[in-house]
Ligand binder design. Structure first.
Ligand code: SF4
Length: 479
């Protein structure tokens, strides 16, 4: 598993200095954020839909075992096969065994975060299979040998010029920055592969327990080609993708597409209900669905389970002031942004991703944007609490907070400490602001200013006000 979460601080600093990335992130924010806001406003009942979508996910996750079993039983009745993978290694092994069983040589893939999570491409390539990403963004980053930097826009960190140079170098085509021409180049290359592939691998946006169907939501149609042209279709789904009923799907689709891209509906919504039947004109001979746990059952605890409501729409990334500045690669794993800062420590362990829950201002923009109203700031605080409880914070920080807590319980000493702080800050305070503090506090003022400690504390001013009002015979206020 490629994991660089421990390097978050270094990665973030590098990202802040990267002018090209900063331009790309500005474009992302200027594009995605207003589109989502306009689309949600145009719905007229966005709040109602978000509440309903949350209720559907809450029901599905509260009865995950029942709905997964129902989905598996229904799909098997239809001729599909279901595999349960406890972790990434087991999922990779299942898929490689299927490839061997069906005599596969070439694999085409639709966009899938679950397969990124289990690092499937590298594994299959090591086994000698040719694997090709067919989503345009994923194809670009595969050519570049990189990982996605955004859940729904994997190559958002790349400029048009970088992609043009990449196509020229890797595909041997004449250099062009003309976007329709570049799209045609990718399309021509990919079409050949679709026709030659023996196995198509996709993710799953929703799995419907009632009907045993899987749902793919794409804008390029590559998911539909990957799932119907090769003779074997393998779909990899995180176990949280389940929804109870077909009737729930319109609600989930509405909140997903409007939140993700500001579209009323994606260009292609594909419902796959079993492999090809005798009367069908096309479709795969075999359909296998791999249901992935990989740490998700650990999240089922009441405190954390709402993280499993996530639809992977990416809206929380686009509005997050941290993501807006450092981009996706800084987070060091497949899930960036606020949901990544929550999911990654929960899935890979807090020890390996201790920086991520702190990578938030807790401004609440993510919660406001989330189509299923996941309380991401609460989850981040929950993880920070775990960090403190399990003593994964620096001894200096622990000491400072212990001292602060003790002072808060001793008001007189607290008042003296504030006066001492006001005196000590004199060399650094300018017009009520601290703009540069010395170590070990330097990090606090590296990118922002701090209000200076008031030279006359509030309690002193309050007492003076009361005395003044008493002397002038005014009304006494009660605060
Ligand atoms: S947490 Fe909410 S906003 Fe973020 S990706 Fe998941 S569903 Fe979308």
């Amino acid at each position: 598993m490629r994991l660089a979460t421990e390097a978050f601080v270094t990665n973030a600093e590098r990202a802040l200095q990267d002018a090209t990335l900063q331009q790309a992130l500005t474009r992302l924010v200027n594009n995605f954020v207003p589109r989502r806001l306009e689309a949600m406003a145009a719905l007229g009942n966005a709040e109602e839909l978000r509440t309903r979508a949350r209720e559907i996910k809450a029901e599905a996750i509260a009865h995950l075992d029942v709905y997964l079993e129902q989905f598996a039983a229904r799909l098997q009745q239809l001729g599909g096969q279901v595999h349960w993978a406890d972790d990434a290694a087991e999922a990779r092994q299942i898929i490689a065994s299927l490839a061997a069983q069906y005599g596969v040589k070439r694999v085409v893939k639709g966009k899938s975060m679950a397969t990124e999570e289990i690092d499937l491409n590298a594994f299959l390539e090591q086994q000698g299979y040719e694997v090709l990403e067919t989503d345009l963004g994923e194809y670009i980053i595969q050519l570049a040998g990189e990982t996605p930097s955004h859940i729904i826009a994997p190559a958002i960190h790349k400029t048009r010029q970088q992609i043009a140079a990449l196509f020229h170098d890797k595909l041997g085509v004449p250099y062009t920055e003309h976007i329709p021409e570049m799209t045609q180049i990718a399309r021509r290359t990919l079409r050949q592969h679709f026709l030659q592939a023996d196995m198509g691998i996709t993710g799953v946006n929703f799995a419907i327990a009632e009907t045993g169907s899987i749902v793919l939501v794409t804008n390029e149609g590559n998911g539909r080609l990957s799932s119907t042209l090769p003779r074997l279709h393998v779909a990899v789904m995180g176990m949280e993708k389940i929804i109870p009923r077909l009737a729930d799907l319109p609600v989930m689709l509405k909140v997903l597409t409007n939140s993700a891209t500001g579209q009323k509906i994606s260009s292609y919504v594909t419902l796959i209900t079993g492999p090809r039947r005798a009367t069908d004109l096309d479709g795969p001979e075999a359909l296998h669905v791999v249901i992935l746990d990989n740490g998700r059952t650990r999240l089922l605890h009441e405190e954390t389970r709402e993280a499993l409501y996530c639809l992977r729409c990416g809206a929380c990334l686009n509005v997050c002031p941290i993501y807006q500045n450092v981009g996706g690669h800084a987070y060091g794993w497949v899930y960036p942004g606020p949901i990544g800062a929550v999911l990654t420590p929960m899935l890979v362990g807090l020890d390996r991703a201790a920086h991520l829950p702190r990578a938030s201002t807790l401004c609440g923009a993510c919660r406001e944007a989330c189509p299923v109203k996941i309380d991401l700031p609460r989850l981040l605080l929950h993880l920070r609490h775990d960090l403190v409880q399990t003593r994964r914070v620096s001894p200096v920080e622990r000491l400072l907070f212990a001292l602060w807590a003790w002072l808060m319980q001793h008001p007189t000493l607290y008042g003296w400490a504030l006066r001492a702080a006001a005196w000590l800050q004199t060399p650094f305070a300018r017009q009520g602001w601290l703009r540069r503090l010395p170590p070990p506090f330097a990090g606090w003022t590296q990118f922002r200013d701090f209000r200076a400690v008031a030279t006359r504390p509030f309690r002193q001013r309050w007492q003076e006000t009361l005395r003044h009002e008493g002397a002038s015979g005014g009304e006494t206020r009660h605060g």
